[in-house]
Design a protein around this ligand. Structure first.
Ligand SMILES: Cc1cc2nc3c(=O)[nH]c(=O)nc-3n(C[C@H](O)[C@H](O)[C@H](O)COP(=O)(O)OP(=O)(O)OC[C@H]3O[C@@H](n4cnc5c(N)ncnc54)[C@H](O)[C@@H]3O)c2cc1C
Length: 474
């Protein structure tokens, strides 16, 4: 039998991998390939934290394939050239891959499919990343959804997601890979990633371990615990999902007792991921432009030399919950969802900096950076997106801190210089009495910054700015 190529992209797993199963159908020899072609993702090639993850995930995939008896071929793009070369060298008759939904990738894949088919190769793409393909969930009039609740209701109305596929038996020719993972130079040269391995185990085994730990216990308290950043109350599966080390179907079927409120809420978050892909698919400019065109003229603040942006990026704004979140992001490549909303609101509303600047920073620093979910998150925060927070909802980061980190444990973890302050003063050290600060060894402006913006005045300025665009024609 002539072999089939399984082109791995962001589906870095062996189980429940429809492209791999299709390639291996009826014992056909399989050639597994990964092609590094960041330029084909347009402006949205992987950021630095994602490249760290990808490096380790490719190593894990290579080892897992080796254990099944085949090797992972690593090539450099352009993807079409790499596939054509591999087809020529191996006499492969078919190419299978799992679909991605980033606009630039959709276009590239269409062109590759057309060319390979013209070359006489059998080409099939499959769905491995979503419970529902973006074009299959439609409103009553046949259009896309712009609100989550009806979208998710409609998405669930169809049949239950199919059972995940097992790892297929694999055979393949003995091949030497032209490149090794190290040749892709995905790891940073300045090693800011030293803390990451303590938090993450990229790869399918790491994803399964996290899923099983989560469905054992935390999922049963998800509804309450998920909002508290000091608690490990969420699954931590986002990067595994982004790189396709686990499928939403596997999560769906591993989740116990679907009728419990905790599990329903958790699965609805998987639903938000589906919604994000739905919105991106139907609005390809979503990562760059506000979905609500009124926001195109939003009067952003001046930020000479990016001083405000830099203070935000470095976790030096003087607002502890914001700074704790930004430092968690820097050290771990991840940030708790509630804190993402708070730091986002602070950037866009209190500092009045464009949401695209926050989106770009997250893109570079998050291990779970995902074009669909990141765009949705930022446009939600800005009030310009699908089912977004209303523009007048401006989080007060001090109240959020008092409510969701009452003991100040999260702040103490990420801003140790504030850990000697009594919990109630950690939320707003600039309001603490001088003797309390002195006793805790905190001098504002020396050990920890004064706030870079007045929360009340900046809130008023944001509301005034929003009132202006509200009057502009939609
Ligand atoms: C400004 C902003 C930017 C964001 N950027 C990203 C991003 O780049 N990548 C990303 O995966 N998520 C992003 N999110 C959504 C969310 O914060 C993360 O998915 C979540 O914190 C990941 O942690 P978890 O895996 O423990 O989530 P859990 O609470 O365990 O949720 C399970 C899964 O559901 C999905 N999910 C949960 N919340 C959302 C959401 N609001 N939107 C879309 N999917 C969701 C994720 O895949 C997650 O792994 C962003 C949110 C905001 C407010």
């Amino acid at each position: 039998m002539r072999p089939a190529i399984c082109w791995f992209r962001r589906d870095l797993r062996l189980s429940d991998n429809p492209a791999l199963s299709a390639a291996a159908h009826q014992g056909r020899p399989v050639i597994a390939v990964y092609i590094h072609s960041p330029e084909e993702a347009g402006p949205w090639a992987e950021g630095a934290a994602s490249r760290w993850w990808l490096h380790h995930s490719l190593q894990a995939l290579g080892a897992a394939l080796q254990a099944q008896g085949i090797s992972l071929q690593i090539h450099r793009g352009p993807a079409l050239n790499a596939l054509q070369t591999l087809i020529r060298e191996t006499d492969a008759e078919a190419v299978h891959w799992n679909r991605l939904y980033d606009p630039a990738i959709i276009e590239r894949d269409r062109a590759i499919k057309a060319q390979l088919q013209a070359d006489g190769i059998e080409v099939s793409s499959h769905n491995a990343a979503l419970l529902r393909e973006p074009w299959t969930v439609k409103t009553g009039t046949g259009g896309p959804y712009r609100a989550f609740t009806p979208f998710w209701r409609a998405a669930q109305r169809e049949s239950t997601p199919a059972q995940p596929l097992p790892i297929p038996p694999l055979t393949g020719p003995a091949l030497n890979s032209p490149l090794h993972v190290d040749d892709l130079a995905l790891l940073p040269t300045i090693r800011w990633d030293t803390d990451f391995p303590a938090y993450w185990q990229p790869g399918e085994a790491g994803a399964q371990a996290r899923l099983h730990a989560f469905v054992e216990q935390p999922v049963h308290r998800y509804d309450t615990d998920r909002d508290f950043p000091a608690i490990n109350g969420t699954s931590g599966l986002s990067a595994h999902l982004h790189f396709g080390e686990i499928s939403p179907r596997q999560i769906w079927h591993a989740a116990p007792a679907h009728e419990s409120d905790d599990v329903k809420t958790f699965l609805a978050e998987i639903g938000w991921r589906e919604f994000a892909h739905h919105v991106l698919f139907h609005h390809p400019s979503f990562p760059d432009e506000p979905l609500n065109p009124r926001f195109a003229d939003f009067p952003w603040a001046d930020d000479p030399d990016h001083q405000l942006l830099k203070a935000w990026q470095r976790g030096n704004t003087g607002i502890p919950l914001v700074d704790a979140g930004m430092r968690e992001l820097w050290h771990t490549g991840w940030m708790h969802n509630r804190v993402r909303m708070v730091v986002g609101s602070f950037l866009v509303k209190n500092l009045r900096l464009p949401w695209q600047q926050g989106e770009a920073w997250f893109w570079d620093t998050l291990v779970d950076a995902d074009l669909a979910s990141n765009s949705l998150g930022w446009q939600w925060v800005a009030g310009s997106g699908a089912d977004a927070a209303p523009y007048f909802r401006i989080f007060n980061p001090i109240r959020q801190s008092e409510r969701f980190d009452a003991e100040g444990a999260y702040i103490a973890r990420w801003i140790p210089e504030l850990s000697r302050l009594p919990a109630k003063h950690r939320h707003a050290p600039f309001e603490a009495p001088a003797d309390v600060l002195a006793k805790a060894g905190v001098t504002l402006g020396v050990h920890y910054p004064w706030p870079i913006v007045d929360l009340k005045a900046s809130r008023q300025a944001a509301l005034a700015a929003f009132a202006k665009i509200k009057k502009s024609p939609a």
